[in-house]
Each structure stands twice: as C-alpha cells, then as structure tokens.
Design a protein around this ligand. Structure first.
Ligand code: FER
Length: 275
C-alpha cells in the first residue's frame, strides 16, 4: 500500500515537473481568447514539439473533462496541446449571442496562426467536440495542405446545419425563412445571424477537403447529435476511421476514458508515427 502511494506520488510529481502550462490571450474574431497552452517542459534548444489544438462545443468551455483528459493523455507522450474558449464562451471576450460558426472558425484560425508562430511548435493537428468538431473539421479543410496533420472529431454536430435549414435547433422550432431575431437555446440567447450563417455552410463538403488522416468518435446513444452525423463525416473523408462507442451519449459520460484513449492514440500515431 505504502509502495503504491509512493509510486503514485512520484508519478504525480513527475507529471507536474514535466508539464508547463501557460495562459495566453490571443486576439480572436470578437476580442481576446483565453487560451491554455500545455507543453512538455524539457524541450531542448531548437527542438520542435507536435501540438493539438482542441476545441469545445456549443456553450462549452476549454476545461471540460473530455478535452482536459485528451490534453493530459497527449502530454504523457510529449505532445503539446492548446485549449481555448471560443468568443462568448468561458473566459473569452465577446457575447454569446453574437457567436456564429463563421466567427468561431476565425477564432480557431487565429489560435492556429499564433501557435504556428512559436519556434517550438512542430506538426499540428486539430480535435473538437460537437460544434467544436464542426469548427475543427472546417478549419482543417480550409487551411493549406500540410498545415494540419490529422483531425479528431468527437460527435461532430453537422446537424446544426440541417436544424437551421429545417427550423429546429435543440428542440426549439422556428420558421427557417423568417427566424426570430433573438431566441433561447440551452438557456443562452442566440441571434438569427447564427442560423442565417449556419444554414448556408457546406460543413461535410468543407471537411472532406482535408485529405489527411481523420478519426471520428461518436456515442451510439447520442441524442443531441445523431451518430448518423459521425458516420457521414467518416464516409466523406478520403482517409478516416470511425468509432461508434457502445451505449455512450453526447458528452461521453459512459466511457469517457475509452473515448479519450481512441482520440489520443490516433493523434499519437499520426503526429509521432509510433504506436
Ligand atoms: C443543434 C445541435 C447540436 C445545435 C447545437 C448543437 C444550436 C451542438 C451541441 C454541442 O456543441 O454540444 O441543433 O443548435
């Protein structure tokens, strides 16, 4: 027992020593984006480190357990990560009601450009959950070839596009051709602009412009974003693997460690070529 405790204490200390966490403010589409950079401490002079840019979903934030868990698993393999709050979310500037898929894409690109400018950042991959998965996939499709090494999508929410075209967002019904100026979903005010932008976005098509390796992970029992969305993303990619997680829900509450492991292993494989 004592031995186990000592081993655990040593492990925690080692992790604490190895990690360097820095908070930076990056100018985004609607103000400063609060961004947490996690990287291994012992990088040699001139050494490059692979990095994953991790994106949260609608009303989410950078410290959700799925995203934090992914960061931690990557760090153990000396892969850096960055987690940020989109405009109007968490600790970032901007008002939620003015958030759109387009300005979140701009936020993500601003974070990627910032990270690319740091001398220690090497290969870069993106990962995202739900609406953050839509953003990650579209950014990977829009950036230049070679800028993004691989993509991991957790429950990517392309049904937002369908919902905006059909007049149903998370159970809130509206006339898609005459949407209300302001309405509430999940306790947050949204504006018509969000719908008008999302309904015209070619989400799957833009995602499919990315030609590198992609990994899609979806809970079988997700009742916020049906697993058909994950299946359609995977089918559209040139090079994708699809993992349907038995019995799991939108937030991967049944087997979060399993979902994290699939994403982390894929990122480790594609960024480091090992495992
Ligand atoms: C919707 C379906 C899914 C929607 C948002 C989501 C605003 C995103 C959920 C998430 O990011 O967790 O109709 O409408």
């Amino acid at each position: 027992m004592r031995k186990l405790f000592l081993t655990l204490a040593l492990l925690v200390m080692t992790l604490a020593v190895q990690a360097q966490e820095t908070v930076v403010e990056i100018p985004g589409s609607r103000g400063q984006l609060k961004t947490l950079v996690v990287r291994p401490k012992q990088l040699a002079e001139g050494e490059k480190c692979p990095l994953v840019v991790i994106m949260h979903g609608f009303t989410g934030n950078k410290n959700e357990p799925l995203l934090k868990g992914l960061s931690e698993s990557l760090l153990k393999e000396n892969i850096a990560s960055v987690r940020f709050d989109f405009n109007g979310h968490g600790e970032s500037e901007g008002e939620f009601q003015y958030m759109t898929i387009r300005n979140e894409i701009e936020d993500a690109k601003a974070v990627i450009r910032y990270m690319q400018s740091l001398p220690w950042v090497g290969k870069l991959s993106v990962a995202g959950h739900s609406q953050g998965g839509v953003i990650a996939s579209m950014v990977a499709g829009e950036l230049n070839e070679g800028e993004v090494t691989s993509v991991v999508l957790y429950a990517p929410a392309a049904n937002i596009g369908d919902g905006c075209r059909n007049g149903n967002l998370l159970g809130k019904h509206f006339d898609p051709n005459n949407a209300p100026e302001i309405f509430e979903v999940w306790g947050k005010k949204l504006r018509r602009h969000y719908i008008d932008i999302a309904r015209t976005m070619p989400m799957y098509e833009t995602a499919a412009l990315f030609r590198g390796p992609a990994c899609v992970i979806h809970g079988e029992k997700d009742n916020v974003v049906p697993k058909a969305c994950g299946e359609k993303y995977a089918a559209g990619y040139k090079n994708a693997e699809l993992h349907i997680q038995p019995a799991d829900d939108h937030g991967f509450n049944k087997n979060r460690p399993g979902a994290i492991k699939i994403g982390a292993d894929f990122l480790i494989k594609t960024l480091k070529g090992a495992k």
